[in-house]
Design a protein around this ligand. Structure first.
Ligand SMILES: [Mg+2]
Length: 392
């Protein structure tokens, strides 16, 4: 059977993953087309600034996200530094959501510029996954002017790894039955759950690729490193991944989540993570003149099981110190003893226009001054939703 035949037969499950290419840097070019093709980076200015995203021209100089701005300008003296434009990113995100809502029955936006769609039911109308991928690419470009890379596979993990290895402006299909062969040559670190620390323990052994994780010669050291997780890691390395696409979005909500480099179980760490998300999301609410009526905490454990807990605030709020006790309570009810978590997220929903007089005037002014300071000095860049994942 040829590859084309395999991709055209009906798949028992089909997941389409899309990821905008260098979204923040590309958005800067949309706002100022004279920047096209130039080394552009979005981030805070020196000395304490951090790069949030770099254009492909800037990457050629070694500039990448999470790099101090000082280092980036040293590597690329002609670098054009652009401050983040959150309202623009939000607008583009909403335009893309409108496209995916129209195209797909079930979509999960995992960050501001990445989504998963379950396209299993669309196969009757689009028997060729490549045509469907091209249709989505074109529709997103027509709506926003942003290019994205799209991958279609039988599971989320393979789709994401395939897209990451076909950037920018890529389109790739990994047909059923070819997942293991596709993953075999990919670097270890491309596999979820293998962060820099785990890779640093595997590489001295001589393991470099995902395929080598399946080699029985390595059973002993792998069992030592992964323990009970080894079975699950090997399933992923074979491309076996049943994680569902979860439409976790209410019609109007703000959310942020992150996957940890290592699974974590300590409550202070999880609280600190959510506290940071809340600070950023509450600032977004205030800047948009909105308040939230409820919050949802989401945790994903090391076995990829997702649990959520939703609480309502006594009245709509947008000042994070007032919101935190409710978020913290939801987290405490959700955490299970001796459970390792790989992801934490927070969503604020039931959004309404902020009622006038939500704060007394003096307090409102102080909060506005704080927001302006954070925006000016670029520390907002560090906490910006999805920044660390945006660079590919
Ligand atoms: Mg991206």
């Amino acid at each position: 059977m040829t590859c084309d035949d395999a991709s055209m037969m009906r798949w028992s499950r089909q997941i389409l993953f899309g990821d905008v290419d260098a979204m923040f840097a590309s958005a800067a070019v949309l706002a100022d087309p004279s920047l096209a093709g130039k080394p552009v980076a979005v981030g805070g200015s020196s000395p304490r600034g951090i790069i949030a995203a770099a254009s492909y021209a800037a990457r050629a100089f070694g500039v990448h996200s999470a790099m101090p701005t000082g280092e980036a300008t040293r590597l690329c003296p002609q670098l054009i530094l652009i401050p983040p434009d959150r309202p623009l990113y939000r607008r583009l995100h909403e335009q893309m959501q409108a496209v995916t809502d129209q195209l797909f029955p079930l979509t999960e936006w995992s960050s501001i510029d990445e989504f998963y769609a379950d396209t299993t039911q669309l196969q009757t109308r689009y028997p060729d996954p490549r045509s469907l991928g091209q249709l989505a690419k074109d529709a997103l470009y027509d709506a926003t002017g942003l290019r994205c890379t799209i991958a279609v596979a039988t599971g989320k993990t393979v789709a994401k790894i395939a897209a990451d290895s076909h950037k920018p402006d890529g389109l790739v299909v990994v047909p059923p039955g070819t997942e293991e062969a596709f993953l075999a040559q990919r670097p270890l670190r491309a596999l979820p759950g293998i962060g820099p620390k785990t890779a640093a323990r595997l590489e001295p052994l001589g393991l470099k690729t995902i395929g080598e994780l399946l080699d029985q010669r390595w059973d002993q050291p792998l069992r030592h490193i992964f323990g009970a997780r080894l079975h699950w890691v090997r399933e992923l390395a074979r491309g076996i991944d049943h994680e569902p696409v979860v439409a976790d979005r209410e019609s109007k909500s703000l959310s942020h989540e992150t996957t940890f480099e290592q699974d974590r179980h300590d409550r202070p760490f999880l609280e600190q993570t959510l506290r940071g998300f809340l600070r950023d999301l509450a600032r977004d609410l205030r800047q948009e003149g909105l308040a939230a009526g409820s919050c949802t905490v989401k945790l994903k454990n090391a076995r990829f099981a997702i649990t959520t807990k939703q609480h309502r605030f006594s009245h709509p709020l947008n000042y994070d110190p007032d919101m935190w006790p409710t978020v913290q309570q939801a987290l405490r009810e959700l955490i299970r003893p001796s459970t390792e978590y790989r992801l934490a997220g927070l969503a604020l929903s039931s959004l309404t226009p902020a009622p006038p007089g939500l704060f007394d005037q003096k307090r409102t002014k102080a909060i506005q001054a704080m927001d302006a300071l954070i925006t000016k000095h670029g520390s907002s860049v560090i906490g910006l939703g999805g920044v660390s994942q945006d660079d590919e």
